[in-house]
Ligand binder design. Structure first.
Ligand SMILES: [Zn+2]
Length: 81
């Protein structure tokens, strides 16, 4: 296997599918599913690929999204055991 590092990306190039010049501004709500529950995390900002629709959140939005995800996992864990 070759190295796992991503090749350097051109401006606006999607890190997921590699299409160039496709990144658009993302500003909205993403669904977050954990077990049987799905919650929406709102006021997220970042970039979204117009081709594969992958969303790449800003650092701030990313950490907020992950915090909600952690919370859901904790709640799921508590309800199970
Ligand atoms: Zn893409």
């Amino acid at each position: 296997m070759a190295e796992h590092e991503l090749p350097s990306l051109a401006p606006g190039q999607c890190p997921a599918c590699g299409a160039p010049g496709v990144m658009t501004v993302f500003n909205g709500t993403l669904p977050l599913a954990s077990g049987t529950r799905t919650v929406g995390v709102s006021n997220l900002r970042g970039e979204q690929c117009a081709i594969c629709e992958e969303v790449f959140l800003d650092c701030d939005s990313q950490s907020r999204f992950l915090a909600v995800a952690d919370d859901l996992v904790l709640q799921a864990g508590n309800s199970i055991g």
